[in-house]
Design a protein around this ligand. Structure first.
Ligand SMILES: Cc1cc2nc3c(=O)[nH]c(=O)nc-3n(C[C@H](O)[C@H](O)[C@H](O)COP(=O)(O)OP(=O)(O)OC[C@H]3O[C@@H](n4cnc5c(N)ncnc54)[C@H](O)[C@@H]3O)c2cc1C
Length: 404
């Protein structure tokens, strides 16, 4: 047994959310220890693959807009502190039928919050965004101020700044047990005990491994496999300012897929599938409208990409002008889904002394900067002014504690 460590706050997991939390705590002068089972910025969780979309006209719900605005401010603070460019304003293009979630949802959010956006007809799309081969009845919503966050550099920058501000980082060390307690929760890293005033758990896909009581929360937290593919650009678009906008495309069959401007000077374009078509869901034995992805045991990790993935992504790439049909490379990644696809941020009564964040359901990275502020606030003072009520982990309870 090694000697116990004492600290104010332990952050378990230094991925997207934990790295930002550790930095915010250290910046406020809080004595904090961050524990990460791999090396910060690794490619075995949910935060690798070069780029993540950030957009304010939020198709998943207009109620997210104030939190995205807070995230933009917090990303600016991180960029300034790190003296690094971590967000690229490429613009974002939502594409689909006028009634699709991508178009109707983003338009509603923009209108409700007075955001600047452009509605593009099929002919305007063909003229201004010829990369996208659209049907005549499809339209676009362009948000100029949206863009791309660079996930691995953002995590590394936050961990570096946290260290510089005095945080201790235990890398390549896995937390094996967490003991909730209202006054003195404890964390075990192998045979090392860490005693703290608060514990923040940001373990991503491993959240329910560490806190198994959360497994059935709201009907289940599910870890699913997703694949990203980088396709060669065979024809650069003349006259198009680089980088091309990020996009999300809502197909008539229910597929919602996305793409990114390349981070390699226009050589490739990265695409991935957020939600699959009803046909693919049915073939996977899932109800229409339900989550469809292949379940993953995070201890084993997601299955590596294969030919079926290449074919499926290649079918989607056929909807892009000047993009080759075969991916140059692919990676697998994990989504951690809640049943309503909204996040979990806050406390649970049966886990005293703990603050948790997880279940980011494939759309959490853009918020990581603000999640870090909110978790650091909750750990320090028990309260945050940031609008996180809709993410209350008690929202499914039947005891009347419903914040929404
Ligand atoms: C393919 C793909 C595309 C995506 N696209 C977007 C997008 O465009 N925009 C967007 O906003 N979001 C997107 N997301 C979602 C976003 O990336 C995730 O919501 C976010 O990365 C989740 O962050 P996290 O901190 O919860 O998890 P992670 O970043 O995975 O961090 C969890 C960390 O905890 C560590 N850990 C776990 N258990 C332990 C333990 N016992 N001891 C020590 N450490 C531990 C892990 O090693 C890991 O580093 C995408 C996700 C994927 C997979």
């Amino acid at each position: 047994m090694s000697r116990p460590l004492d600290t104010d706050t332990v952050v378990v997991g230094l991925g997207a959310m934990g790295s930002q939390t550790l930095w915010r705590l250290a910046r406020e002068g809080v004595d904090a220890i961050g524990v990460e089972q791999f090396s910060p910025g690794h490619d075995r969780g949910s935060s690798h693959g070069e780029s993540r979309i950030i957009r304010t006209a939020y198709l998943e719900g207009a109620e997210y807009v104030p939190f995205v605005r807070a995230a933009w401010r917090a990303w600016d603070e991180l960029q300034e502190a790190a003296r690094a460019r971590l967000v690229i304003r490429s613009g974002a293009l939502m594409l689909g039928h006028p009634g699709s979630a991508a178009i109707a949802g983003s338009t509603l959010a923009a209108e409700k919050h007075g955001l600047a956006y452009e509605h593009l007809s099929a002919s305007a799309l063909a003229e201004r965004h010829p990369r996208h081969l659209m049907r005549p009845d499809e339209v676009g919503v362009f948000e100029e101020s949206a863009g791309v966050v660079l996930p691995e550099p953002a995590i590394l920058a936050a961990v570096r700044l946290a260290r510089q501000a005095g945080a201790r980082v235990l890398a390549h060390r896995a937390v094996t047990r967490i003991e909730p307690d209202p006054d003195r929760p404890r964390v075990w890293v192998g045979d090392t005990e860490i005693r703290a005033r608060r514990v923040v758990v940001t373990a991503g896909a491993w959240l329910t491994r560490l806190l198994p009581g959360l497994t059935d929360l709201g009907g289940g937290i599910r870890v699913e496999r997703r694949v990203l593919g980088w396709f060669p650009i065979t024809e650069p678009l003349p006259g198009t300012a680089a980088p091309e906008p990020v996009f999300a495309r809502d197909e008539p069959d229910g597929t919602l897929w996305f793409g990114f401007p390349s981070m390699d000077d226009g050589r490739t374009l990265k695409i991935g599938i957020h939600a699959e078509s009803e046909t693919v869901r049915a073939a996977a034995g899932r109800r229409p409208g339900s989550q469809w992805g292949e379940p993953v045991d995070p201890e084993v990790g997601p299955r590596p990409p294969d030919e079926d993935d290449a074919r499926r992504l290649g079918d989607l790439a056929a909807g892009l002008h000047g993009v080759g049909p075969l991916p140059e490379h692919m990676v697998s990644c994990m989504y951690t889904m809640t049943s309503d696809e909204h996040f979990l941020i806050g406390r649970r009564d049966e886990l005293p002394g703990l603050v948790l964040a997880g279940g980011f359901s494939g759309h959490g990275f853009k918020f990581a900067s603000a999640v870090g502020v909110a978790l650091a606030d909750l750990a320090r003072t028990g309260h945050t002014d940031l609008p996180i009520g809709m993410f209350d982990p008690h929202r499914w309870d039947t005891d009347g504690r419903r914040p929404r």
